[in-house]
Design a protein around this ligand. Structure first.
Ligand code: SF4
Ligand code: SF4
Length: 76
């Protein structure tokens, strides 16, 4: 069984809201806290609802989001 991780590089985000709009599970929201560039970045408000579909990563014009797959270490 693989496990997935959602990673957000807050400081690459320009707060355009595209990922918030496209997420089929309404996981993402725009934060009230500014990032290093002075934008309000998106964040996972409901991470438990994320299905790791990668739609947000594909849509983000600034490649701020990545979903990584981590294989569990094989039993030895
Ligand atoms: S991976 Fe899919 S479900 Fe998870 S936040 Fe991105 S768009 Fe939403
Ligand atoms: S699509 Fe990318 S730049 Fe736009 S709000 Fe989402 S993470 Fe930020």
């Amino acid at each position: 069984m693989a496990t997935y991780h959602y990673t957000m590089d807050e400081d690459r985000c320009k707060g355009c809201g595209l990922c918030v709009t496209v997420c089929p599970k309404k996981v993402l929201e725009i934060s009230g806290k500014v990032n290093a560039k002075g934008y309000f970045p998106a964040y996972q408000a409901r991470p438990e609802d994320c299905v790791y579909c990668t739609t947000c990563c594909i849509m983000c014009p600034d490649v701020a989001i990545s979903i990584t797959e981590e294989e569990e270490a094989p039993a030895s």
